[in-house]
Design a protein around this ligand. Structure first.
Ligand code: ADP
Ligand code: MG
Length: 680
């Protein structure tokens, strides 16, 4: 195929200057571009039996004219042609507009082909297409996205190109795989796509192209994983499994099945001779931390230091207290490092860390600063991993000698995206919540119910609870957002003047200001916290029971779900109120998904279906692969098959040793880009 990219369209025999220009206008410069300019759909002109047609169905019929065609003229330069026609055993009426040019060509007794909607009651077709000859019983016409260029001329130039250069088309896909799935050859792909004889050929093109696209993509991912494993060889970790079981039995709760399954996956990684690179995804509150803790324990038993890095001080402190409680009885030394820890105590911590007196350290970005060195870091865990850049994750990793790495994410990614987006990482998921959680009750209300909302908030606060109010953030206009937040803040301050304390949190505050406000909220010195979405990151205020989100339709579903996860963390029944004067059905449909389920995976999948993969990650992460034909939602089954095939081809080493696969290998090596960059 590479050779076809080097052949300019100018080389096609007999191509005109005008055609070259047309092709350039469509970004088609070489023969490869040309033959890969696939139709985006096909028109079906299958000749049907008129007796089997539904009312108002679009059909193509062949028959004989049985009346003198009549032209009638109306308005200025408009005209109407009508005649009767015998189709199968039925006489129907055909009407066509503005066919003046047929005047001296059409006549009684002729055989014609007519395409249009069939009105079964009037026995009449309004013809969209009328051809003065009887077409074969089948025709399928490719539809291309073309500007000022007739499809027929475009097809002709493709035909010429295929005649002249078709022998240079090679097949990346080995015969063994083509046979296994009964896929058509590469040359047939181009012949059938541009010149199909029937629907089946179109279907075969789609099967083959989709599989090839998805296989290549998955091979790329498997290749990267394999390459990384070779690079990041480590000593397998050895520990006494009975101690882990004992540790688990001593926990104050029973682990869920999903937690156990994930722990198994991780402990297995620790025993390998290559570095773990694993993403753990699970809803807010699904219990990811304990998984990290058990891994820390196994890592400790193997004789290594471990660490957890979190994006905020509050979160780091929370983890620290939790870890101290759990690890103290085992005589394991846990420390905290944040940028607020300075002077002597910082020096002591850094010293203890580098000489191995500290077993586990929890911290913020402070952990990746230069002075921080470990004696033998064996495991790193990064909480809320999306809050850190690739570089920051990398720096932390490089503080150890190929430490195992676990990344925690509370943004559930639909299965289908996990396979593509994080194909170079292993992914574990916790889909099941610990038992006994009260689901958050979610309602969608319009803004004219605000009075009742205020009464409700008042009631909850007088019962000792706290409330979040979120105002929207639109990237294009931070200024308006801020005004918005201020406006809401002032409004509620007025309402609850002298009764409750209202606080404001927004992105323009510096970290100290933010943390001060959050601390006040945590200590219930503030009862109502008005905030832009900055509150999203894993804060834990178990006493908060109401989450109000204003103009909810302006948020993505996944984001709304994240925000909702700020409540429902204590024993109190919690509520999420989505305020929205939505103006269309789709917005309504989206918000109602949240009222139906608390499961982040279900929500993510619904969101993906409604918005499509491009929008799902937002524009920032538009690095998702673009496929010509494959669609990772609808073609999920093919994606899975391709993933399994790719894993086998790469891990068996065949990609590198079996000549059948060399074309694919060359393709991948050309294509390799650091996929990590896509997600930062
Ligand atoms: P997240 O996944 O959002 O990080 P956490 O790890 O903070 O969630 O867990 C939320 C709470 O649930 C914590 O208080 C934790 O102790 C508790 N928890 C975790 N696993 C279980 C379980 N299997 N049964 C009961 N409670 C659990
Ligand atoms: Mg967490």
């Amino acid at each position: 195929m590479e050779r076809l990219k080097e052949i300019k369209v100018e080389n096609i025999k007999g191509i005109s200057k005008a055609m070259i220009e047309h092709l350039h206008n469509h970004d088609i410069y070489n023969v490869y571009d040309l033959i890969n300019y696939f139709p985006y759909r096909y028109e079906n002109y299958e000749v049907v039996n008129i007796n089997r047609v539904e009312h108002n169905e679009k059909v193509t019929v062949v028959g004989q004219i049985v009346s003198e065609p009549v032209f009638s003229y109306f308005q200025r330069n408009k005209n109407r042609l009508s005649f009767s026609m015998l189709v199968n055993d039925l006489i129907i009426k055909v009407v066509a507009f503005n066919r003046d040019f047929l005047k001296n060509k059409i006549s009684n007794h002729m055989h014609v082909t007519v395409t249009g909607k069939y009105d079964k009651i009037k026995k009449q077709i309004i013809a969209q297409k009328l051809t003065l000859k009887a077409q074969d019983d089948y025709r399928i016409v490719p539809v291309y996205s073309l500007k000022n260029l007739k499809p027929i001329y475009f097809q002709r130039i493709i035909k010429k190109a295929l005649d002249q250069y078709g022998s240079l088309i090679n097949d990346d896909l080995p015969l063994s795989l083509q046979n296994k799935y009964r896929l058509i050859s590469s040359i047939d792909v181009y012949n059938f796509a541009h010149f199909p004889l029937n629907n089946e050929q179109v279907r075969q093109v789609s099967r083959r192209v989709k599989y090839e696209e998805l296989l290549k993509f998955q091979l790329k991912m498997a290749y990267l994983k394999h390459r990384d494993r070779k690079f990041f060889v480590k000593e397998p970790k050895i520990y006494d499994e009975r101690k882990i079981i004992e540790f688990i039995n001593n926990l104050p709760f029973t682990l869920t099945n999903d937690q156990l399954k994930v722990i198994k996956e991780i402990l297995n990684d620790l025993k390998q001779n290559y570095q773990m690179n694993r993403l753990l995804q699970g809803d807010v509150g699904s219990g990811k931390t304990i998984v990290a803790i058990i891994t820390l324990y196994a890592n400790y038993l193997s004789g290594y230091q471990g660490c957890i890095m979190a994006p905020t001080e509050i979160l780091a402190e929370q983890h620290y207290r939790n870890l101290v409680d759990i690890f103290n009885p085992y005589g394991i030394k846990v420390e905290l490092l944040t940028s607020s820890i300075v002077g002597k105590s910082r020096t002591v911590i850094l010293d203890d860390l580098s000489c191995g007196k500290i077993d586990i350290i929890v911290g913020t970005h402070a952990l990746i600063s230069e002075g921080v060195t470990f004696k033998n870091l064996g495991f790193i865990c990064i909480d809320e991993q999306h809050r850190f850049g690739v570089n920051q994750r990398k720096i932390l990793r490089e503080k150890g000698n190929a430490p195992d790495a676990l990344f925690l994410s509370a943004t559930p990614i639909p299965r289908t995206l996990a396979l593509t987006a994080f194909g170079d990482m292993d992914v574990s998921s916790i889909r099941e919540m610990p038992k006994g959680r009260k689901p958050i009750k979610t309602y969608v209300i319009s803004s004219n119910l605000e009075d009742r909302l205020i009464d409700f908030m008042d009631k909850e606060i007088s019962n000792g609870r706290q409330v979040y109010i979120i105002t929207p953030l639109i990237e294009e206009s931070e200024k308006i957002d801020l005004e918005n937040a201020y406006h809401v803040y002032e409004k509620y301050q007025q309402y609850f003047l002298g009764k409750y304390q209202v606080g404001l949190l927004h992105g323009k505050m510096n970290n100290d200001e933010k943390e001060t406000i959050m601390h006040k909220f945590l200590k219930n010195e503030i009862q109502i916290l008005v905030s832009t979405t900055v509150v999203e990151v894993g804060v834990n205020v178990p006493n908060a029971s109401v989450m109000v989100i204003i103009d909810a339709h302006r948020f993505g579903l996944a984001q709304l779900h994240q925000l909702r996860g700020r409540v429902g963390r204590g024993n109190h029944q919690s509520y999420c109120i989505l305020v929205s004067d939505y103006d269309n059905e789709k917005a309504k449909e989206r918000l109602e998904i949240l009222t139906r389920t608390n499961n982040g995976f279900e929500i993510a999948e619904a969101d993906l279906r409604l918005r499509g993969p491009g929008d799902f990650f937002g524009s920032r992460q538009s690095g998702l692969p673009e496929f010509k034909m494959a669609d990772i939602i609808n073609d999920y089954k093919i994606l899975e098959v391709a993933r399994d095939d790719a894993d086998v081809i790469v891990s068996s080493g065949e990609l590198f040793t079996n000549p059948e696969y060399f074309a694919l290998k060359d393709y991948i090596e050309r294509e390799i880009i650091d996929t990590n960059e896509l997600f930062d």
